[in-house]
Design a protein around this ligand. Structure first.
Ligand SMILES: Nc1ncnc2c1ncn2[C@@H]1O[C@H](COP(=O)(O)OP(=O)(O)OP(=O)(O)O)[C@@H](O)[C@H]1O
Length: 603
């Protein structure tokens, strides 16, 4: 950094950036962290200057941004269908024009560079367009989870300081509640833009000061000059984590990271040109695992779907000739267990990408039997969604079915966009041996790792301690370099000093013919510290008792790993399909010590 400060030519820019940070309302430590990163971004590398005749200029250096995918699609794929929603259809040329108009309308509403624009909407066309229009206006997209209640929405709006919120008409009540709460705390409320249903079934207005999406867009200009990122490190979006283990954290993505992760995801999902993509992954989850931008990169057709049901999935596949889709393991489980799937085999192969929580190995086989090609990925909001994937080797095709499923349930290897993924001891930072046994923490390094947590420099520092991004997930490394997740550090159960990886117990339970869904947590115990407690949802028509489940585990696992308590009930899940284990832990805690209750029962 020192030569940067010594070079007088950098001074004006440096001063302007410094002033921007001083006048910002960030905390002192956040200013320092952000200022150093911005300043270091401006350092011109000296190494290339040792070769005569080289110059970095506009002709050969443009900040990477997914905006360019849309601009290219508008010419390369201009007349091809970009978006389909019921009877509504657009071409890529139209989508480009609409996004330009929307971006200009945002600027007319007073949106400045770096302002946050929030959304509360399902996978409707407006959500897709906002993924381009907001960054084209120089702003930062904050797509909120649509399952949040008013209270959480108000917290996230306050934290992100969103200036505008785009609200789907079906979520108006949630938004109204959130704005009322904000107003009560004296916080300036964001402007509201209402997204009505495309068939014209108009909702009731929000308030006299709100806008309507299509009228707003109609007022925009197609000649709008895009506010391109000044640096490729400029933020493009802030995505709140699912809140599976704690309060949601605001993860900031850069234009550069989004560009690179989009291309890496397109590669790992083997998405060729002009795919037909069915939107079963929420666009609010890691910007649809970066494939909102990815479909523009490949000139794909986005089939928008307001709600995901097996019937809609099969109907869309038939009608639109879907080639690719994605979904958390719960979506896969919903597909294979639906009555529809019993009658339906796919008319053609559909590639589906799954991730977001550990998939039970059996699910891969069942999906393949239906005609899907399944790829398995792993990542976090902090890694722009996909970070690793189980790269499939052709020599594995001839292996017995259960071995193939076991191989596929591994989280695999890093994708092209990452520099490194390793399993390391979180204390010594040493890499664990590739023996398939030694557990360490999954750590990431590279250009597709978040810029930081918004307004939480302490959490950012902790996450990057030791020069790696620490995932909080525990895993082993196999001899072929593939990683396998064993548990989240927060979820592991320690019984009598032995670690029980709950994912392993769940995998065994998923092979029980009566089990539809399962989650294992620790129940407090006076003697053992904790004992495994399984929450089980049975398949319809099955009737087994706790003892069956326990015995099944004892037959297939070391006895200390077998659950000692089994509770039959539905599992609480986040909107991204993850089981909310903290809720189950509370329930298990409320049961009290197993040892003590056994003693009392025997009295
Ligand atoms: N293929 C996979 N196999 C196992 N676990 C996975 C897989 N993909 C994702 N996960 C789990 O999902 C986590 C990432 O989830 P996400 O970033 O959506 O939010 P969250 O971690 O659930 O929320 P919070 O951090 O607020 O608790 C990973 O850390 C990992 O535990």
């Amino acid at each position: 950094m020192s030569h940067f400060f010594k070079n007088p030519k950098h001074l004006p820019r440096l001063t302007s950036i410094f002033n921007r940070f001083i006048s910002s309302n960030l905390t002192q430590s956040s200013r320092v962290v952000l200022f150093s990163s911005f300043a270091s971004d401006l350092i011109e590398p000296e190494s290339w200057k040792s070769m005569e005749g080289l110059v970095r200029c506009k002709a050969n250096y443009v900040p990477l941004s997914p905006i360019s995918f849309l601009e290219r699609s508008a010419t390369v794929y201009r007349d091809r269908t970009s978006v389909v929603y019921g009877s509504l259809k657009f071409t890529w040329a139209e989508t480009h024009q609409r996004c330009l108009k929307l971006a200009s309308a945002l600027c007319q509403l007073g949106i400045s560079r770096g302002d946050v624009v929030a959304t509360l909407a399902p996978n409707v066309p407006a959500m897709y367009e906002l993924h381009f229009a907001v960054p084209m206006a120089g702003a930062v997209l904050c797509a909120l989870n649509i399952r949040h209640d008013s209270n959480m929405v108000s917290i996230l709006l306050k934290h992100s300081e969103a200036k505008i919120i785009f609200v789907d008409y079906q979520l108006l009540d949630i938004a109204r509640g959130a704005l009322d709460l904000l107003a009560k705390t004296g916080t300036k409320t964001p402007m509201v833009v209402l997204i009505s249903e495309s068939d014209g079934s108009s909702p009731t207005g929000f308030s006299s000061s709100s806008y309507e999406y299509d009228s707003l867009l109609a007022n925009g200009r197609t000649g709008f000059e895009i506010r391109r990122p000044e640096s490729e490190w400029d933020p493009i979006s802030v995505n709140y984590t699912s809140g599976t283990t704690s309060r949601p954290k605001g993860v900031v993505y850069s234009h550069r990271g989004a560009y690179l992760n989009t291309l890496a995801t397109v590669f790992l999902h083997c998405i060729g040109t002009m795919p037909v993509y069915l939107w079963t992954v929420p666009m609010f989850h890691c910007n649809g695992w970066c494939l909102t931008w990815g479909m523009a990169a490949q000139g794909g057709t986005n089939i928008c779907l307001r709600k995901v049901s097996p019937k809609d999935i099969f109907d869309c596949i038939d009608l639109h000739k879907v080639t690719h889709m994605g979904g958390a393991p719960t979506v896969l489980s919903m597909i294979v267990n639906s009555a529809v799937s019993e009658q339906k085999l796919l008319p053609h192969k559909v590639e589906i990408m799954t991730g977001g929580s550990p998939p039970p190995p059996q699910i891969f086989l069942k999906m393949e039997e239906l005609g899907f090609g399944v790829s398995h990925l792993y990542g976090l909001t902090e890694t722009y969604g996909p970070g690793t994937y189980c790269l499939w080797k052709p020599e594995w095709d001839s292996l017995p079915l259960d071995e193939r499923s076991k191989l596929k349930s591994r989280q695999g290897v890093r994708h092209l966009g990452l520099e490194d993924v390793d399993i390391r001891d979180p204390v010594t930072m040493e890499s664990v041996p590739a023996d398939g046994k030694t557990i360490g923490e999954i750590m990431f390094r590279g250009n597709t790792v978040m810029s930081g947590y918004l307004k939480d420099s302490k959490a950012t520092e902790d996450a990057f301690r030791g020069g790696w991004f620490r995932s909080g997930d525990l895993a082993v490394k196999h001899s072929d370099g593939y990683i396998e997740v064993k548990d989240r550090a927060k979820d592991i159960v320690i019984t009598g000093g032995e670690n029980v990886c709950t994912v392993e117990v769940e995998r065994v339970l998923y092979s029980h013919p009566a089990v539809l869904e399962v989650a294992v947590v620790g129940r407090p115990d006076d003697i053992w510290g904790q004992t495994p407690c399984a929450f089980v949802k049975l398949k319809e028509g099955f009737d087994v008792d706790a003892q069956d489940i326990i015995q099944f585990c004892r037959n297939n696992l070391p006895h200390y790993m077998a659950p000692k308590t089994v509770i039959f009930e539905d599992l609480p899940r986040t909107s991204t399909g993850k089981v909310q284990k903290f809720i189950l832990r509370e329930k298990a805690k409320a049961l009290g010590s197993l040892f003590r209750s056994e003693v009392q029962n025997n009295l």
